[in-house]
Design a protein around this ligand. Structure first.
Ligand SMILES: Cc1cc2nc3c(=O)[nH]c(=O)nc-3n(C[C@H](O)[C@H](O)[C@H](O)COP(=O)(O)OP(=O)(O)OC[C@H]3O[C@@H](n4cnc5c(N)ncnc54)[C@H](O)[C@@H]3O)c2cc1C
Length: 434
């Protein structure tokens, strides 16, 4: 079938950003603050991506416990949500999701970013390694946006892939780590003790027939508001979901909504008085995708770099979080292997790895950058850099790089020293500069 239409060009801007998750917000706001006209298209009804629509309940570490690694944009988010010294360790920090949505709204508006919600990137017109237009679908129909630089922050690498970039997906067989339908719970009694990890009675409950899968890997319910008894749930896995395919995503949502009831029973009946009256308020409108495409860039950040705490001349930041590849199938061996890998890769105080600019420049494309969970890494590194503070670092760098690249409309025609200086002037952490 051939489909032909004349489209209006609704926006002509310096920088187009696809997707308003943590990386997209960091990219769009950073570029706008540096004087670029920016349009961002977000397919859902708020900014924040997995962290808001997806109800992911916590931020991972912002620091290496000495340095604030997600400095600049990440620091602003941290300070808007937490007390100044509240979330500086290497733990997980629960936040109120509505507050985060409003913070993103306010930042986008005050930076002068143009945007519309319920607006999906559906196609790209690219020629000879250059994107000429992107095609968006929204309530008003299809329209085009033209930009000098395009930044892919879709999490799935949609824009880069549709522009001709090479991508990898999941493990050797192409299977991605499981996704999770996150959830919001009320009426828990946090004055009651929680005696041990929340997976402590999974085996017993499984033997009692509560669970369909024997899945010991349970990140758990985080305390969002102690006073109100509210918690954010990161419970249950949907295995073998392919985020590139809406039929698979639909199956994942249905599976998540079915199995959340198994967790409700487990928490209420096995984990004691803290949970016995809990109430399921809401499951997310978006499946929590941990892994999909990894766009191949000029450099592929790899596990060797993680092991040696690598330093790069074109470093745009540094990060520190373990290799967090969730179990690929629900069994005890898979869980034990996960625990070994996760604890083995916890860095010491003050340790971090560098992130080169070349992980943001998709091979073969001259006016496209990528940021967030689909930057150019191997599978293990993706499982570290994918968390939200990591996405703030790569998103901010992509936004700053775009502001420098608009003059020549080429992401490789920028001075790395200038990029690094600008990132540092915004508060970014780059101790090793060219
Ligand atoms: C279950 C789960 C638990 C997690 N736990 C933690 C945690 O504890 N701490 C932590 O820091 N991180 C955690 N993460 C990781 C983190 O939430 C994500 O990796 C991170 O949000 C990725 O950011 P992103 O900007 O790359 O993509 P996303 O957050 O996924 O944002 C992408 C955005 O792009 C939009 N979009 C996608 N495609 C299109 C399109 N074609 N057109 C227009 N818009 C589009 C989406 O609607 C979305 O808003 C977790 C992730 C999951 C799934």
């Amino acid at each position: 079938m051939v489909f032909t239409r004349n489209l209006i060009e609704k926006y002509n801007v310096d920088v187009f950003v696809a997707g308003g998750g943590p990386s997209g917000m960091a990219a769009a706001i950073s570029a706008a603050r540096l004087g670029c006209s920016v349009f961002i298209a977000e397919k859902n009804g708020c900014f924040g991506g997995s962290g808001t629509t997806g109800l992911v309940p916590c931020f991972a570490t912002f620091t290496d416990r000495v340095n604030f690694l997600a400095g600049g944009f990440g620091r602003e988010i941290h300070d808007a949500i937490f007390r100044s010294d509240e979330a500086l360790g290497n733990g997980f920090y629960a936040y109120p999701v509505e507050k985060l949505k409003k913070v993103y709204d306010d930042m986008a508006i005050s930076a002068g970013v143009k945007f519309s919600f319920f607006t999906s990137l559906v196609d790209v017109e690219a020629r000879d390694g250059r994107v000429e237009n992107v095609i968006l679908a929204a309530k008003s129909g299809l329209f085009a946006v033209k930009a000098k630089i395009y930044i892919d922050c879709t999490g799935d690498g949609d824009l880069a892939t549709w522009s001709g970039a090479i991508a990898e997906h999941g493990d050797e067989s192409g299977t991605a780590m499981p996704s999770t339908l996150c959830s919001l719970w009320a009426n828990m009694d946090f004055s009651q003790p929680d005696s041990g990890p929340q997976n402590r009675k999974i085996e017993e409950a499984y033997n009692d027939g509560v669970f369909t899968n024997f899945d010991l890997h349970l990140p758990g319910i985080a305390t969002t508001s102690k006073e109100c008894g509210i918690g954010g749930g990161n419970v249950g896995h949907c295995f073998e979901v392919d985020a590139r395919d809406e039929a698979s995503l639909t199956e994942g949502m249905l599976h998540g909504r079915r199995t959340i009831r198994e967790y409700e029973k487990y928490y209420k009946e096995y984990l004691g008085a803290r949970y016995s009256n809990m109430f399921l308020c809401y499951t997310a409108d978006m499946l929590g995708i941990r892994e999909s495409r990894r766009i191949i860039g000029d450099y592929v950040l790899n596990m060797g770099d993680f092991e040696k705490r690598a330093v790069f001349e074109d470093e745009i930041g540094r990060y520190s979080y373990p290799v967090d590849i969730h179990i690929m199938k629900p069994d005890k061996d898979a869980y034990n292997n996960f625990m070994n890998e996760y604890s083995r890769t916890y860095y010491g105080v003050g340790e971090s790895y560098g992130i080169p600019y070349r992980t943001l420049t998709p091979k073969g494309l001259s006016n496209v950058l990528v940021a967030g969970r689909c930057i150019s890494t191997d599978r293990s590194m993706q499982a570290s850099i994918r968390v939200m503070p990591g996405c703030f670092i790569t998103g901010q760098a992509a936004g700053v790089a775009a502001s420098l690249a608009v003059a020549k409309e080429d992401t490789r025609e920028i001075k790395i020293s200038e990029l690094q200086e600008k990132i540092v002037s915004l508060g970014g952490y780059i101790p090793n500069r060219a």
